[in-house]
Structures are given as C-alpha cells and as structure tokens.
Ligand binder design. Structure first.
Ligand code: URA
Length: 255
C-alpha cells in the first residue's frame, strides 16, 4: 500500500466510525473518536477509550492523560504527529467506566482495519484493555516496559507489542509517572527490534521517509535471538514468558 492508500483507508474507517451504531456507546456520545496521526508511521499507540474531552473534540488523548502522552513522546524525541494514536473503543463509555466485552468486540473490526492499513512495526498498548487485545492473559504489572509479538488475531501479526501503563493511571497514582517515563525509554529500542524482526530495510515510504534516520539508531547487534534482551536485565523477560525488556536508548528519529 502506498502512503496515499493508507491515508485513504484510515479516512474511510474514520468516516464509518463517526456514523457507527454497532453498540450502545453511540447513544451517549458527542463525537466518535476514530484516532489520528500520520499514515506514514511505524508506531501506533492504542489506548482504552475516549474520555470527556475526547468525546467533545472527536480526537484521542486531548485531556490530561493526553498531555502526559505528549510529554512521554517528547521524552524520546517524538511527537504526536509522527505516530498514530487510537483506542480500543472509539466512543466514550459513560462516566468513563471500563468498556464492556461486547463493546470491545463490536468496535474491534475498526481497530483491526486500522492496523491492516498502517501495518505498524510496533504497537504500544496503553493500559490493560489495550494490552489484552494484543497479548491476552498478560498482566500489566509484570509486563509493562517489555515487548513481545502480537497475538496473530490482533490484526497486527507482524508487529511487536510494547506494554505500558495507561497515562491516566499516573494521574491517580503519582508513583506510576516515573515508571511510565522509564518504560517510554524502551519504546524506540523496541522499534529497532521490531524492524529487525520484519527484516525491513530502511526504505522511505512516500515523501516522509517512513523508515528514515536509522543512522541515528543505537547499535543492537548482539540481539540475534528475536527476543534477546537488549536492555540491562533479562529477568523481566524470564518472568513474563515471551516478553523481553528493552533498555534505554539514544533518541531514534521516526522520520
Ligand atoms: N484515555 C484513553 O484511553 N483514550 C483517550 O483517547 C483518552 C483518554
């Protein structure tokens, strides 16, 4: 798919989401929130569902949690415009309650189609509902800050999934903020591992140069095993099955 075709596919999905009545969440929504970002990215961030501000604006992560997400991206030299950001459910659950299984299931095909259109190398899951979609059975307390292959049925069978706590969790529990920033440091390195697994040469896509700037990437040559640990310790990987821990890295430009 060309970048233009990816964009067209994402826009078509967005239009369908805006008019969707597949589950009860459409009844109370102000605006559906399909997601936003560039079609020329290798990285998608998947949250849980829109909150109050997102419902008003029709855009993902624009409230307090969104401000923290922007800070997290900035901490590794990335910006919202360089990634794609979406949610497991595209309409706000009333009172910000957890999404119900049937709502997640009804909305699932939209996320699947977004993943197919983007074909990301790396999926960063924000919170347990997103994590459960890509790595069912994993426990966030054990696997945050680590990556592993996505479940084949996730819609991104060739992507690595990197688990993070939801930014909103740090708004309620301040101690998680440092954990989030620490985990964020591992995201660019997980992207490097994802690129290696896909054996993707740094070929520019469209004019933006999707895989450009790899010269800025730190060397990770010793990690010949798909899930060898590039970071300082393998303990998390051992305790979390196929998860592997990624460590801090120099800034890796997406474009
Ligand atoms: N929380 C989410 O999970 N998604 C948003 O878009 C905003 C807050």
């Amino acid at each position: 798919m060309t970048e233009a075709e990816r964009r067209a596919a994402l826009d078509a999905i967005g239009a369908e989401v805006a008019a969707c009545t597949r589950c009860r969440l459409h009844e109370a929504r102000t605006k559906a929130v399909p997601g936003e970002g560039t079609a020329a990215t290798e990285v998608i961030f998947v949250g849980e569902g829109p909150g109050f501000n997102e419902d008003r604006q029709g855009r993902p992560f624009v409230g307090q949690a969104g401000a923290l997400l922007s800070e997290l991206l900035g901490s590794v030299g990335w910006s919202r415009e360089e990634v794609f950001i979406t949610n497991v459910v595209k309409c706000r659950p009333p009172e910000n309650r957890d999404p119900e299984p049937d709502e997640i299931a009804a909305c699932g095909p939209f996320l699947t189609r977004q993943l197919v259109a983007l074909d990301p190398a790396l999926v960063v899951t924000l919170g347990r509902f997103s994590m459960a979609r890509f790595n069912p059975g994993a426990r966030i307390g054990q696997v945050h800050g680590t990556f592993r292959p996505s479940a084949p049925e996730s819609g991104a069978p060739e992507a690595l999934t990197y688990a993070m706590y939801h930014p909103a969790a740090a708004l309620h529990q301040g101690s998680l903020k440092a954990t989030l920033f620490q985990d964020m440091e591992g995201v660019p390195l997980a992207l490097l591992e994802a690129r290696k697994l896909r054996s993707v040469a740094p070929v520019p896509l469209g004019t933006a140069g999707l895989l450009g700037e790899t010269a800025h990437a730190p060397a990770v040559s010793e990690a010949a095993e798909p899930f060898a640990t590039p970071g300082p310790s393998n303990a998390a990987a051992e305790s979390a099955g196929a998860f592997a821990e990624s460590g801090p890295t120099d800034q890796l430009s997406l474009f």
